[in-house]
Design a protein. Structure first.
Length: 522
């Protein structure tokens, strides 16, 4: 899990990534009226009677496979019992309350088991905090996950409003991601005994994910003042190598604007696959909010760091272009390591685009899907982030992720809300950092202001053989104009095509921090 180089190799043991979630089952097809159905909670695969216990089935999958990422939150239904049944054994291999099994210490300590935000906002009494589990749970033949909660009951209307068919009250939200391998793959199923024997390895993994230590065999440094419409270029000619640490310090009068208007471009072996504003590439957006994740970091002094492994065979060209109106001072370095290129090796890629002053509802006053990226080719999707300005006090993030892999007609990854996808819930404004999820700034959650949400993938990376289409609903409580920028990270094998192209005009748009900024920046 902590080995970043693993992501650069297309796995020899092939698997698909599938997500089980509480999404509203009225969402059947993009051509159907229920495609944007909200109320993505308390929808289960079925209900079973098990020795007199009423158990709600959340996941049911044939193996071999591994649960790799698990998120849950609740409203007045958090006191139930989760059970994980493996290989058709009637006795659960794991059993416990969510705050013990998922975000407690039953399986692992932080960060593999985490509640990124304790408590709930004022006025949200009865709502639970967020449970995030990144501890892998393998199964060789079959896995079933259930939730027993006596308070769950059928509800057909709430405060006079009809509720979806199949909905149970109160609210249970869940996203459970798993790898499903080819049938001939040999996996040893989880047992508590094996897990207990691996406690030292589990602790070592957690420490590695939290460690900021990165070493390089060589460094290419730079320090230059960049005029508007000028650039800084770092040429690296090293056979069988990879960039493993990219560090930048940016200084200018209007730093917020420069984080958007200075663009990072990277070409590997003459193939340009990175075109992202510098602030968003490093995960600080354009408001510069310090944070730390597995793949990037920013500190209070203005230092930006990236730890993505970016391999190449012969050469790499890193370019920083100033598309703004002010002189910018750029300093930093690119750290290099040896990297034996293999037939399964892939190039790193990152793409960015912004929906500027977009209306949060379409012409029919309906939510709609925003496209992060469409890729034709073979590769692995490894993360994304959104940077937006919310132009109202109302909540913007009800939208579900919909990820179509290899031409499937219904997405194998269909979520229950944007905040759920990024590991938190109930529109919380608190900043948090975690190796795989982060909200460096959340002032625009149910308020005027900016939001930056980050998700990076390790075991939950998504492989694709021919295509991937990553989409996120824009499902806002209000109809307003807003700014919504999206960044995608991936590894890719040539040949490929990507629908997101460099957009100089967009990075030159004035950024908005306050309501007054947004109203002025027309």
């Amino acid at each position: 899990m902590p080995n970043r180089e693993n992501l650069t190799i297309f796995a020899d043991k092939e698997f698909v990534h599938k997500q089980f979630s509480s999404y509203n089952r009225a969402s059947v097809s993009p051509l159907d009226s229920g495609w944007f159905a909200n109320q993505d909670m308390s929808h289960f695969l079925r209900v079973e009677d098990n020795h007199g216990r009423r158990e709600f089935v959340m996941l049911d999958a044939d193996g071999p496979g591994v649960i790799v990422r698990w998120w849950m939150t609740f409203y007045k239904a958090q006191n139930g019992i989760i059970r994980v049944y493996i290989d058709d054994d009637p006795v659960p291999a794991l059993q416990g309350r969510p705050d013990s099994l998922l975000s407690g210490s039953m399986l692992a300590g932080y960060p593999l088991s985490a509640s990124v935000q304790e408590g709930a906002p004022p006025g949200e009494e009865g709502r639970d905090y967020d449970h995030n589990l990144y501890f892998p749970v393998p199964f060789s033949k079959h896995c079933k996950v259930t939730y027993e909660c006596d308070s769950l009951r059928r509800l057909y209307n709430y405060e006079g409003i009809a509720v979806p068919k199949g909905y149970w009250w109160p609210d249970v939200f869940y996203n459970i991601g798993c790898r499903l391998y080819n049938k001939n793959t040999c996996l040893e199923s989880f047992t508590k005994e094996i897990s207990d024997k691996q406690k030292a390895l589990t602790e070592q993994t957690g420490k590695a994910l939290l460690s900021g230590e990165v070493s390089s065999t060589a460094e290419y440094s730079f320090d230059k003042q960049i005029q508007p419409n000028d650039s800084l270029v770092v040429q690296i000619k090293e056979n069988q190598s990879a960039v493993n640490n990219l560090s930048v310090i940016l200084d200018t009068v209007s730093k917020n604007q420069a984080f958007r208007s200075v663009v990072l471009k990277i070409a590997f072996d003459d193939l340009e696959t990175v075109w992202v504003p510098v602030g968003e590439f490093f995960g600080c957006g354009y408001t510069f909010s310090p944070h730390t994740t597995w793949m990037n970091r920013s500190d209070e002094k203005g230092k930006l760091e990236s730890f993505w492994i970016m391999p190449f065979q012969k050469k790499c060209m890193i370019t920083l272009v100033n598309y703004g109106n002010e002189i910018v001072q750029l300093s930093g370095f690119a750290g290099i390591i040896n990297y034996p290129w293999k037939p399964e090796s892939m190039y790193f890629g990152a793409s960015w685009h912004e929906y500027y002053r977009i209306n949060s509802r379409d012409a029919n006053n309906s939510p709609f899907d925003l496209n992060l990226i469409d890729i034709q080719g073979k590769g692995v999707y490894v993360g994304d982030q959104i940077a937006l300005f919310n132009n109202t006090w109302q909540w913007w993030g009800e939208g579900d992720e919909k990820i179509f892999v290899d031409g499937e007609s219904f997405p194998s990854i269909f979520g229950s809300g944007t905040e759920d996808y990024y590991g938190y819930s109930f529109g919380r404004q608190d900043a948090f950092s975690h190796p795989f999820i982060s909200q460096p700034i959340g002032t625009g959650n149910m308020s005027y202001g900016t939001v930056l949400n980050i998700r990076q993938r390790s075991l939950d990376a998504i492989p694709f053989h021919s295509s991937i289409s990553v989409n996120l609903e824009l499902w806002h409580w209000a109809q307003v104009l807003m700014n919504y920028a999206l960044t995608s990270y991936y590894y890719i094998m040539p040949p490929f095509t990507i629908n997101i192209k460099p957009d100089i005009e967009s990075v030159q748009h004035p950024v908005s921090i306050t309501k007054e900024d947004f109203n002025m920046n027309r």
